[in-house]
Design a protein around this ligand. Structure first.
Ligand code: C5P
Length: 403
């Protein structure tokens, strides 16, 4: 469990009898070198006292959303930004329902809405509640948003029932938390991501381009690297810093982006084309700045190569994922593109609400299925996209693995 050393873990405790085991969990995480802060729901404090957790972690325990003293120390937004991992143990049926609905009616649920850190849930409840379709639906939707679900185990329950719903033991939870840091979902996979716009020169001072900010591609690159992938980001001109642990290759034009993509395509497992590549470029680039003489000026444009189609048509092709920003008939146009460009997976979204924005909603389309993702900030939706890319990639390389 070396990978927990120096990690910041926000341990969320909700109201259930398994909360008594969270004290041992906090102790084990601390022993493994993690810095642990605890947030409890009001119901959790009925099962175990904040003082116990404070004594075990050495940190003040947070319980109230509107607590002037706590806000003066570490405010709730600061607290949401603090962790490397949020671990909710136990996660009660009620808490899962509130998170699934996106509620923020206490400090812990607010934290989950505000944080960008990965979230792991350790459900614990009576077996009938666990098996209830409402709980199953909530869990499925939380997992689809990229949250990790640890357990539950089967066995004897505090209420006398026997069945699924027991919280995993503290040492099992600590091991699973540790494993998240050891090898992310994409550990060792080689990803190439194109991002941003391209610029097509008209003369030495002018160009044709588009409004792409690069934010979606950069969010995917950052999240993929955090999930353990080896990421090459082939980027058009954008005003964004290179994400940590990502190799960035800067390009300007579509043809440069194609060359850079072909140079790495054979050595990659997954190719994701997020770039808004200019479809046309001026047929001739004027050597000198074009002077204004006439009232009108005509530019002859020629088609640029389609980068993602070229990659998807290679003999040894990577798993290829495209994006389609559409202004109308988003799903139908996306489905057409999936087929025409021979892609394995495509994310279709509405262009006007996406460009430059921090939020996104998308429809994921593949040959025999589809699902909707978001809306949410680009980092969160990037994690959902990567979870789906990973699942479809496994399906592709090992057809026996059903997802
Ligand atoms: O045809 P359209 O531009 O809508 O397709 C979008 C998808 O195709 C994106 O994945 C984009 O990165 C990719 N594309 C490309 N090369 C082009 C045009 C689009 O790789 N010339």
């Amino acid at each position: 469990m070396n990978s927990l050393a120096n990690k910041r873990i926000l341990l969320g405790i909700t109201g259930g009898i398994a909360a008594y085991k969270s004290a041992e969990l906090a102790r084990l995480l601390g022993k493994a070198g993690a810095d642990v802060r605890v947030v409890m729901t009001p119901a959790a404090t009925q099962f175990i006292t904040p003082l116990t957790l404070q004594a075990l972690t050495g940190n003040r325990v947070h319980t109230e959303l509107l607590d002037a003293d706590a806000e003066a120390g570490m405010g709730h937004i600061e607290l949401a930004r603090w962790p490397d991992l949020v671990l909710i143990a136990p996660a009660s049926a009620d808490f899962l329902a509130r998170v699934a609905a996106g509620q923020a009616d206490d400090l812990l649920s607010t934290m989950l809405l505000a944080t960008r850190a990965p979230i792991a849930l350790a459900p614990a409840m009576n077996q009938a509640m666990w098996l209830n379709v409402a709980t199953r639906d909530n869990l499925q939707s939380l997992a689809a948003r990229g949250m990790h679900v640890f357990g539950p185990a089967e066995g004897e329950q505090a209420c006398g029932d026997t069945g699924p719903g027991r919280m995993l033991e503290p040492h099992q939870l600590a091991e699973k938390a540790s494993a998240l840091f050891e090898s992310g979902l994409l550990a060792g996979l080689r990803l190439v991501i194109t991002a941003g716009p391209t610029r097509e020169a008209i003369d030495p001072v002018r160009y044709i381009s588009n409004h792409s900010s690069g934010k979606m591609g950069y969010a995917l690159a950052a999240e993929a690297a955090a999930a353990g992938a080896l990421v090459t980001l082939i980027s058009g001109p954008v005003a964004l810093p290179a994400p940590e642990r990502v190799r960035r290759v800067d390009v300007v034009s579509a043809r440069q982006m194609l060359d850079a993509s072909l140079a790495v395509a054979n050595d990659c497992d997954i190719f994701i084309g997020v770039a808004a590549v200019a479809d046309y470029r001026p047929a001739n680039v004027a050597e000198q700045k074009i002077k204004k003489h006439d009232d009108t000026l005509s530019l002859e444009l020629v088609r640029n190569p389609d980068i993602i189609s070229t990659i998807a048509s290679l003999e040894r092709r990577p798993f290829t994922v495209g994006f389609a920003a559409e202004t109308e008939d988003v799903d139908a146009n996306g489905a057409g593109k999936l087929q025409r460009k021979k892609l394995d997976l495509l994310f279709a979204n509405h262009a006007t609400s996406t460009f430059g924005s921090d939020a996104i909603a998308a429809t994921a389309l593949w040959s025999d299925g589809s699902t909707s993702l978001g809306p949410g900030n680009k980092a969160l939706v990037a994690r959902q996209m990567l979870a789906l890319i990973h699942a479809r990639y496994l399906h592709h390389v090992e057809p026996a693995v059903r997802t």
